[in-house]
Design a protein around this ligand. Sequence first.
Ligand SMILES: Cc1cc2nc3c(=O)[nH]c(=O)nc-3n(C[C@H](O)[C@H](O)[C@H](O)COP(=O)(O)OP(=O)(O)OC[C@H]3O[C@@H](n4cnc5c(N)ncnc54)[C@H](O)[C@@H]3O)c2cc1C
Length: 396
Amino acid sequence: MSHIVEFKECTGCGACAAVCPVKAITLDGQPDGFAFASIDDDACIHCNRCREACPAINQAELRLQEAVYAAQSPAREVLLRSASGGAFFELAQAFLQDGGTVYGAAMDIVDSAAHVAHEGVADVAGLSRLQGSKYAQGAAHPVFDEVKARLRRGERVLFSGLPCQVAGLYGYLGRGYDTLVTVDIFCHGNTSPHQLNLYLRYLKDKHRRDVTDYVFRDKERGVGYKSRLTLANGKVVRMTALQEAYWYLFQTSKFYRESCYSCPYACDRRVGDLSLGDFWGIERQRPEVLVQNGGPLDSTYGISVILANTDKGKSLVEASALVREECDIADVIPGGAAVRAPQPMPEDRSVVLQMFRAGDYAKIKRYCVRQMGFEYVYDLVCDTPPVKLLRRLLGR
Ligand SMILES: Cc1cc2nc3c(=O)[nH]c(=O)nc-3n(C[C@H](O)[C@H](O)[C@H](O)COP(=O)(O)OP(=O)(O)OC[C@H]3O[C@@H](n4cnc5c(N)ncnc54)[C@H](O)[C@@H]3O)c2cc1C
């Protein structure tokens, strides 16, 4: 077995595996559960197409935005299912109205284990599977062949994914298509499915029931990072951001894949026709656009930031039903870690990865609780029924 690039450069986008004419490349057997391209040297015909397609070797073109928007779906039910302001749903809906197929990441949970993978949908009803952030790396490359076949037939395709996945698609296609629109999702780092599944197994053991659904950002309690777990007996468990440690580890960048810490896409020049993220800090940067100040955007269930990086992207925003206000990239940068720079690698990352390898999530949680300290205790106290009731009565 040999590799196309070293693990620290490989993003696991899978362009190499999809382009290989003899299917000699696999993405398994990875360190810490991360997809890592390996070549079966006996099967390899040395055509070099994997290296030509690899965005770690031939970097995709990055573009500076033509327009920046703070935006939001006008529909509450769309906002409830979306991680931020529902920009993805509204753009995808506008795209589907003109015919075409939308590709994005869906998550299924089988036997308490999550499987994140890209799939295509051709009608608005199917979009719900793609809505919402799944904070673990999935497989996008298995749909690359299908995307190419559609584009060759002249069909319209909207492909959304993390910037490294969009770069992987461009590398695989090797040329542009007028009927392709790409959407890259702001990303400040990603974890492996193996790590997510250790966490889900811990939840299964803790609640003594299979996990049937997991929503990373449950909006019933407003915007934020509060997760919702559904168990096999139908019981729904709602957690705060700090209670289960996965989120703490994610936010503090402690267990991302190695390439994320030198990600070439974590900047304001973008790979997609459009880029979507959370508009964190909008209340400080652009308070006048919020409803409480007479503006059109309501921060209760999240507001999206959209970077339109090409005319194609801008036209799709204009064709959508999104409520929007033009902004400047300078408004986005203070709250937008994903457009500033890659996250620095924390000193204790190797300690955290070691604990994941040992497979003891309870130990990981104890480690996180110690680090969170007072913040964790405060969060727990605030989540008890009497305090919640008191806060509701006081309107806080
Ligand atoms: C791993 C990850 C890290 C992120 N980091 C940041 C960040 O640092 N800052 C920030 O502002 N926003 C970040 N986001 C983006 C944010 O969470 C929202 O996804 C984004 O704002 C779009 O929200 P929405 O309401 O428009 O649409 P939603 O309906 O919430 O998002 C749906 C879109 O997200 C895509 N998607 C969801 N999960 C995955 C996945 N695992 N892999 C590939 N695509 C996926 C779907 O394909 C679809 O295109 C991150 C998202 C992910 C998945």
